[in-house]
Every structure is written in C-alpha cells, then in structure tokens.
Design a binder for this molecule. Structure first.
Ligand SMILES: CC(C)(COP(=O)(O)OP(=O)(O)OC[C@H]1O[C@@H](n2cnc3c(N)ncnc32)[C@H](O)[C@@H]1OP(=O)(O)O)[C@@H](O)C(=O)NCCC(=O)NCCS
Length: 163
C-alpha cells in the first residue's frame, strides 16, 4: 500500500476527525460497549485545541490516495516527560506496519526534545500493540471520564535514551 506520513494541516481537522471516529467505531468497538463507543466517538476537538496541537506538538497524519486514514498526536510536557496522546487508524491502513513507523517518529521527536520517559493512556484495543512496541503497563486498568461516559484504559510507559 502506498502511503504518506506527513504533518497535519490546519484545514484538515474534519478529515482527521472522520478517521478518528471510524477507528473508534470499527476497531475499538470490539473492546467497548455500544454506549461507550457512541460517547467516545462524539468527542470533537475545539478549534483552539486543534490549532494549539498542530502549532506546538507532534501531529502527523497518514494519507492514502489523497484521504486521511489515521493520525498520531504526541507532545513534550517538559521535565523529561513525553506523551503519545492519540494514535488512531482506519481499518484500511491497520496492520501494515505504519503504527510502528509513526510511533518511532513520535519517539524520536520526544527524545530530541529531552524526553527520558514516554507515557500513554492505552485503550484496551491498543495495549497489545504498545506492548509489542516496548511499552509497559504501569498499573491496573483505570477509568477515563468524558461526556458522562467512562472508558477503561491502561497507563503505560517506556524509558527512552537518546542514541
Ligand atoms: C493501534 C494501531 C494504531 C496500531 O497500528 P498498526 O499500523 O495496525 O500496527 P502495526 O501494523 O504497525 O503493528 C506493529 C506490530 O505490532 C503488532 N500488533 C499490532 N496490533 C496488535 C494487537 N492487537 N495484538 C498483538 N500485536 C499487535 C503487529 O503484529 C506488529 O508486529 P511485528 O512488528 O512483529 O510485525 C491500530 O491498530 C489502531 O488504530 N487501533 C485502534 C485505535 C486505538 O485503540 N488507538 C490507541 C489509542 S491509545
């Protein structure tokens, strides 16, 4: 499959959201209830959050045949701490090694800024993927509350060093 990983553009908020929603509804739905999926996939970034993320963070999209099929959002918090905040692919691009590639790019971005630890709140769906990438679950399943719905997630982390 021919794909491009590139920086997200300001005008692509809706296209990124469409891929995000598809990923939640078609991939994460095997691990969460219909109520959870409905609440979760109804969340849309405000323009303020979107513009701040694109301006100040790592925000890459995966483009296939001119359409956005996934994204990865990461940022450096300071004090040697980085976070992967969002990584969502549509079924079209899942399972082709692109997740691994984009996580490596995010890791490099965070390490270059000074990260020594990278954390993730992993979905039940993506936990095995992150384990494969070398992340370790640091505690029990936790609940994230948004818009009246609670979602199970796993705090995970990886200690990283600059090569
Ligand atoms: C998480 C996600 C982005 C992974 O991307 P992907 O491109 O499908 O993953 P890759 O093809 O790069 O997989 C990399 C490796 O992880 C393994 N892997 C991926 N998903 C796995 C799973 N569920 N269980 C076990 N191994 C898995 C692959 O087999 C591959 O192994 P290899 O390097 O030995 O070949 C994608 O599955 C997704 O969008 N999931 C739904 C959204 C979600 O839950 N996001 C997480 C938010 S925290």
């Amino acid at each position: 499959m021919k794909y491009i990983i590139r920086e997200a553009q300001i005008h692509e908020k809706e296209a990124v959201n469409t891929a995000h929603v598809l990923s939640i509804r078609e991939i994460c739905s095997k691990d969460y209830s219909p109520e959870q999926i409905a609440g979760w996939s109804g969340v849309i970034y405000s323009d303020e959050v979107w513009i701040n993320s694109l301006t100040n963070h790592f925000y890459r999209v995966v483009e296939v045949d001119g359409a956005i099929e996934g994204f990865c959002h990461a940022n450096y918090h300071g004090e040697n701490l980085g976070e992967i905040r969002g990584l969502y692919f549509t079924p079209k691009i899942k399972g082709h090694g692109i997740g691994k590639e984009i996580v490596e790019l995010a890791k490099k971005y965070l390490i270059d800024l000074g990260a020594k630890k990278i954390v993730i709140g992993a979905t039940k769906t993506a936990k095995p993927f992150y384990e494969k990438m070398g992340f370790i679950a640091t505690g029990e399943e936790k609940l994230y509350h948004t818009r009246g719905t609670a979602f199970e997630y796993y705090p995970m982390e990886m200690i990283v060093t600059k090569l």
